[in-house]
Design a protein. Structure first.
Length: 254
């Protein structure tokens, strides 16, 4: 059997039996579920932090059996678990991504963007930047799953200017003119989501725009993943947003 070795992001880890754990990894080749031996040992436990960047090696699996995976740490994100907001961030986006992706479907673009997102959280001390990029990643995740929003032109008029709203029914942008009189039925499209490029720490949206972006991506995530199985993930997302807003309020009074 052929040995495969690739960089990976560890999305979930669940202890199984006395010595092992079932893990889910995201690689450029897609989502992979496998079994790791000796997961309870003092040496291996630090390898299994959510968000860790690892080198994963395994042999082609036979039939429906889980491959036995060996991982070597390339970069630990264990210290992020000591930051309450960062820990919630990891506890939301990594397990949720693992829960919605089909296994074995190549995802090089998603892999690189999640790797970038985790690096932003780790290397910048700016939660507004974290949450801004989280909204972008959530919309990218929807797009990669075939549920992407059409935000380049108005679904009613076809125009590309003044796209201030999104239709929950059509999953597409609506221009200011076409939306007149129907605003209460639509979702706001904040300015930072209108441009194809990413914002920087020097050009962040204000709190209102960020809340609008979180509401937008959250609406469509819940729309497509409404089964009871996903409720626990959305509970973590809600706590993340609540804690983030509290942190913003405390910062404004300090």
């Amino acid at each position: 059997m052929k040995m495969i070795s690739v960089p990976a992001l560890l999305l979930t880890s669940r202890f199984h039996s006395e010595n092992g754990a079932i893990i889910r990894l995201l690689t450029e080749q897609g989502l992979l579920t496998g079994y790791i031996q000796g997961a309870h040992s003092r040496y291996r436990r630090p390898l299994l932090f959510v968000g860790n960047y690892v080198q994963a090696s395994w042999r082609d699996k036979v039939g429906r059996s889980l491959p036995s995976i060996n991982i070597e740490l390339r970069h630990s994100r264990g210290l992020m678990m000591e930051h309450p907001l960062a820990a919630l961030f990891l506890s939301w986006i990594c397990p949720f991504t693992a829960s919605v992706l089909p296994e074995g479907q190549p995802e090089p673009y998603l892999f690189q963007n999640l790797k970038r997102l985790l690096a932003i959280i780790e290397k910048t001390d700016e939660p507004v930047f974290w949450m801004t990029e989280l909204v972008r990643f959530e919309l990218l995740l929807l797009s990669e799953l075939g549920y992407g929003l059409h935000l380049s032109r108005c679904i009613i008029t076809g125009q590309e200017a003044c796209l201030d709203w999104v239709s929950p029914k059509h999953h597409a942008a609506v221009s200011r003119q076409a939306a007149q009189g129907h605003e209460k039925k639509l979702l706001v499209l904040p300015d930072f989501l209108k441009a194809p490029f990413s914002v920087s720490c020097l050009d962040l949206p204000d709190q209102e725009a960020l809340q609008q972006g979180l509401k937008l991506s959250g609406f469509f995530l819940r729309f497509h993943f409404e089964a009871a199985y996903y409720h626990r993930f959305f509970g973590v997302r809600q706590r993340l947003i609540k804690n983030f807003m509290m942190a913003c309020e405390q910062a404004s009074f300090s």
